[in-house]
Design a protein around this ligand. Sequence first.
Ligand SMILES: *Cc1c(COP(=O)(O)O)cnc(C)c1O
Length: 411
Amino acid sequence: MQTQAGPYWQKRLQDRLAAVDAAGLRRVRRVLSGPQQVMVQVDGRALLNFSSNDYLGLASHPEVVAALRDAATRYGVGSGAAHLVSGHSAAHEALEQALADFTGRERALLFSTGYMANLGILSALAGRGDWILQDRLNHASLLDGALLSRARLIRYPHLDVAALDRRLCACPVANRLVVTDGVFSMDGDLAPLPELARLARRREACLIVDDAHGLGVLGTNGEGSLQHGGVSDPAAVPVLMGTLGKALGTFGAFVAGSVDLIDCLLQTARTFVYTTALPPALAMATLTSLRLVREEAWRRTRLLQQVTRLRAGLTACGWHGLLLPSITPIQALILGSNRRAAEAGQQLARAGFWVGVIRPPTVPEGTARLRIALSALHTEDQVDALVAALDALLTQWMPEDRFNPAGGIAC
Ligand SMILES: *Cc1c(COP(=O)(O)O)cnc(C)c1O
């Protein structure tokens, strides 16, 4: 017999949802009825999209689409099995080779998503008795990977190399992994990679970089954060992880490194071994987008121009106090309150702009924000229009005090 509130597990669902609602943190999905691009159809309305990780405009590029279509004709759709069973095709092989070349490493290994790559890497490379040290603002998948590994997890203050060193000195010399995002996904700032590489070498720790948001965007040919930071020796960062669903515009992820690293992951990373291989046609589409990333440097140039333009505009109209420092297409305006961030997102949507509203637990408590993501395909006029809409928002909120909007919110 059920009680009135239903069985225990059902009550728990209701309690959790009630808690989410009480905190003003209920998340909903918007429904797109067309491709991911600058102008999107969302819930039946046209919105200017500042909410996508498709930084280079490749997710619906005609050549990438054609590559997917042609490869589906040749390979079919599903890979049919895990890589170690019968799912590993010539398309995967070619993409792994291309990614190894692109990143200047001996080999690369494909994973089905970045989330899975991070779980796989950390649980394969560390275990009980080992230590994993992570930047406090690392992506959730890196934190989850550390938990899954059963190693001791230590989080150091954001970008603080000296604090990391103190923590390294305090933990025993054993298997120690230092793990960082290359570009922080919700802040847009960069890890101090040269300093981290020097420290890791001095303390004999293994440095792991997740370059989900740097790959394709930073570096002369889109090689990513390491090239941007001048960290060219592969030995300085033995484990480099990248994702294919952001600037590359497709789907999936990879790890690049030495022959030994890749062989070890291939044998033991459970999220590689026990899952179906990516569709081979996606690997072919990614080969095409990788070529576009390398050849079409104008996309990075355009993107950088839009970053500069947006920041200049926001600074001129009084948002600068809330704008985090960032040279990347990720531009965050810290609003602090969850309610205020949600309100800002709704008002911008009414004005025709889609900007990400990011709230805890994705970001720390009290740092709810607008996350503006730029694309190489945004026009100057579109960026200016967003600045004007944000200017109007500020005026509406704080008419008298619009040039001092910080209101106690520190950045
Ligand atoms: C998006 C992201 C991931 C996860 O990649 P998916 O392919 O989307 O699963 C991992 N790390 C970082 C830093 C990311 O931003």
